[in-house]
Design a protein around this ligand. Structure first.
Ligand SMILES: *Cc1c(COP(=O)(O)O)cnc(C)c1O
Length: 376
């Protein structure tokens, strides 16, 4: 099939050109709730929520109005020397739903940049602390943290990362945390997270050089919606504490109530030192992400212009007021609808209904975690 002329100028992300010729992308004109509509008014259920961003569905009147209102006042102002009052308000609201110990919010544009910021903060934190050797990161086998160079360096999905890991320094990686194909022959939730013994080996051997361990809590999304037990997450935190290494929780996919807690780490009693959020922050209206740190990390960066302690990082559109307005509306809806507490029965229902797919021989495993569901 010949691709229509319309696509000639476009390089589609994550898409092979030949496949693209045979299966041209849907051209979407409008959307409402869970549905997206193409130019012939065919409707499709957006089951992946446009890359896991749509916690309130498409075109939610409350969020749409909030963005429109903001648009009539201030569309953008740079966030250096200035900050929009909307972004300030967002900071206050976010604080109310974040784990208490996470106090300083650094805004950026997307999940990848939130991760870049987290890695840079960890590196500079150690330098300012006089720990000059702490320059390496540990990631989890199968981890995904975005597609920019730094974020890729801590990711370990061969299809995405292998050719680039050859060209620049990659991180150290643990075993795969794959409960469905557990190489230790264990069953999900009946193990001691043997796969993470590899983390202890790495920490023991490289403790002096490790800047931080970065992980997707409870759910490794991009590598195949792998859900892993709370005990395994606790083991990551416990080992990082034991070897005095910073933790970076990448909650870009798992944040904002999607797993049944506001943030997946809250299934444990631990709070990460650094946390990345994105995707659902604006309900998928506009690009925005944030990296949030504990006070003891921010403390090290305190000082004036001449102190050399400044975190020299920022993006043109950081703290964009339109995105901030969408994020404020999102958090207001989260509070209004008592998310995640109110989702308990719905999550159970999702799990029950998805389990019906077990009747098909092609189905290996049905995995749910809160309102996230996947079928292997
Ligand atoms: C999507 C994702 C990212 C990258 O976010 P982008 O907005 O695509 O840059 C990082 N980490 C996780 C866990 C993700 O799911």
């Amino acid at each position: 099939m010949k691709l229509s002329k319309k696509f000639e100028n476009i390089w589609m992300p994550f898409t092979a050109w030949e496949d693209h010729l045979n299966y041209p992308p849907l051209i979407i004109e409008r959307a409402k709730g869970i549905y997206i509509y193409d130019s012939q008014s065919h409707s499709y259920i957006d089951g992946i929520g446009s890359w896991w961003t749509k916690i309130f569905g498409h075109n939610h009147p409350y969020i749409t109005d909030a963005v429109k209102n903001q648009l009539s006042k201030l569309e953008h102002v740079m966030m250096a020397g200035c900050i929009s009052d909307t972004t300030l308000k967002l900071g206050e609201l976010l604080k109310q739903i974040l784990p208490k110990e996470l106090t300083k919010i650094f805004f950026s544009d997307d999940g990848s940049t939130a991760v870049e910021v987290a890695l840079k903060i960890a590196l500079q934190f150690h330098l300012l602390n006089g720990e000059k050797k702490k320059k390496k990161f540990i990631g989890l086998g199968g981890g995904y943290h975005g597609d920019t160079l730094g974020a890729m360096s801590v990711g370990s999905i061969p299809k995405y990362h292998a050719i680039f890991h050859k060209s620049f320094k990659k991180a150290l990686f643990t075993d795969q945390i794959d409960c469905y194909r557990c190489k230790y022959g264990k069953k999900r939730n009946c193990c001691s997270a043997e796969c993470l013994d590899s983390l202890e080996i790495l920490l023991k051997k490289n403790q002096e050089e490790i800047a931080a361990v970065i992980f997707e809590p409870l759910l490794q999304g991009a590598c195949g919606m792998r859900v892993y037990p709370v005990g395994a997450l606790e083991k990551i935190f416990y080992l990082c504490q034991k070897y005095k290494v910073l933790t970076i929780a990448d909650e870009v996919a798992t944040g904002f109530g999607r797993t049944g807690k506001m943030f997946a780490c809250q299934y444990t009693q631990f709070t990460p030192d650094i946390m990345c959020i994105g995707k659902c922050l604006t309900s998928g209206y506009l690009p925005m992400a944030a990296t949030i740190v504990k006070e003891f990390i921010f403390d090290i960066f305190k000082g004036d212009f001449l102190s050399g302690r400044t975190f020299e990082h920022g993006h043109t559109f950081t703290g964009n007021p339109l995105a901030s307005a969408a994020a404020i509306a999102t958090i207001e809806l989260i509070k209004k609808y008592k998310i995640p507490q109110s989702l308990a029965s719905l999550s159970l229902k999702l799990s029950e209904l998805l389990n019906e797919f077990y009747r098909y021989p092609q189905v290996g495993e049905v995995r749910t975690l809160g309102m996230m569901g996947a079928i292997e």
